[in-house]
Design a protein around this ligand. Structure first.
Ligand code: HEM
Length: 138
């Protein structure tokens, strides 16, 4: 079966006001993809400069690496951002699998529902991770 969709005019900039599941899926996928790339570079930069010898010496007889991790993990903001990172990664993976299915022509009539399912599953997994990520903080 072949489908065709009327996507309207790209030039009509007022269209951001109209809600479509596909538009938000596209925006969320782009944002989450680039957030993951940004995190990856930050992650490598932080950890590679925390290796003893790379940045210098040990701090108070504690290994610089362990010290860096412990200090970061002691911050509530970092713990909250870890939950956010998980949510971003989970959404990108679930929506990514959804996009691959669309590319294969599977479930084309359920595109909106599978987007909502991705959002719901992401929310459930992120909420379920809170006790782990915020352990000892609250
Ligand atoms: C199982 C894991 C993943 C899956 C299934 C997945 C899936 C996808 C798919 C299907 C696309 C293309 C979307 C399109 O058709 O336009 C895409 C885009 C992208 N992904 Fe992933 N991805 C995964 C992991 C990652 C990771 C780990 C990163 C970053 C480190 C990442 C970064 C990106 C970026 C930057 C884009 C391009 C976004 C854009 O500008 O359109 N992805 N992903």
């Amino acid at each position: 079966m072949s489908h065709s969709y009327d996507r309207g005019l790209v030039e009509d900039f007022g269209r951001w006001r109209e809600f479509t599941a596909g538009m938000w899926a596209w925006i969320f996928h782009k944002f989450t993809g680039w957030i993951l790339v940004g995190y990856l570079f930050t992650h490598i930069a932080v950890l590679s400069t925390a290796i003893p010898g790379a940045a210098g010496e040990t701090v108070n007889d504690v290994n610089v690496y362990t010290y860096t991790i412990q200090e970061l993990e002691s911050l509530l903001l970092v713990r909250v951002m870890e939950v956010g990172l998980l949510a971003v990664a989970v959404f990108h993976i679930l929506n990514g699998i959804r996009l691959l299915m669309v590319d294969l022509g599977i479930g084309l009539d359920a595109q909106d529902r599978s987007f909502y399912l991705s959002l719901v599953l992401t929310a459930v997994i992120a909420v379920a991770s809170v006790p782990t990520f915020l352990e000892g903080m609250l």
